[in-house]
Design a protein around this ligand. Structure first.
Ligand code: FES
Length: 164
């Protein structure tokens, strides 16, 4: 199934849940959230279809998607690595952890996913585990007191698991 066909199918199905919203345009954000949750990101054909069904200009839909950090326009890697950059983590060296991860994964500010598609890297304000600072998460698992050696060990485990 092509990306466009799959996108249309998912958007149409999600739209059905909101079709009685009045005005329908007020359902834009929940529709985008649901579509992203199914597709992992918001491909261009999905945004075009949302725009069409909600009778909103495509520029408006893109404006919303690019305004909120929760939305992704690119596919995500198999694992999402989140580095906390809140105050407690910052004073314990989270900036260095983040920069080491960028280097280790080969990601940049414009390309947040490793070339092998295994990891996507993001940073957030506080993940609510300040006593473990500096903290990183991989998917839903928290790793506290992260230093270079620990981070490399965790990445290596995930890489091994990915190879089967
Ligand atoms: S500041 Fe990092 S967990 Fe709170």
């Amino acid at each position: 199934m092509s990306e466009a066909t799959e996108s249309y199918r998912v958007v149409d199905r999600v739209f059905e849940r909101y079709r009685n919203e009045d005005p329908i345009q007020s359902a834009l954000i929940p529709i985008l959230q649901n579509v992203q949750s199914e597709l992992g990101y918001l491909p261009e054909p999905a945004l075009d279809r949302v725009s069409q069904l909600l009778r909103l200009p495509t520029s408006h839909v893109y404006g919303v998607v690019t305004f909120y950090h929760q939305f992704r326009l690119r596919p995500k890697g198999r694992h999402l690595i989140t580095v906390c950059r809140g105050t407690a983590c910052h004073v314990k060296g989270s900036k260095e952890v983040y920069e080491l991860l960028m280097k280790e994964l080969g990601v940049t500010s414009s390309s947040d996913t490793s070339k092998d598609g295994l990891f996507t890297l993001q940073q957030v304000r506080c993940v609510g585990a300040c006593s473990l600072a500096p903290v990183m998460k991989i998917d839903e698992t928290f790793y506290g007191n992260i230093d270079k050696a620990k981070m490399l060990r965790i990445l290596s485990q995930h890489r091994k698991e990915a190879q089967g």
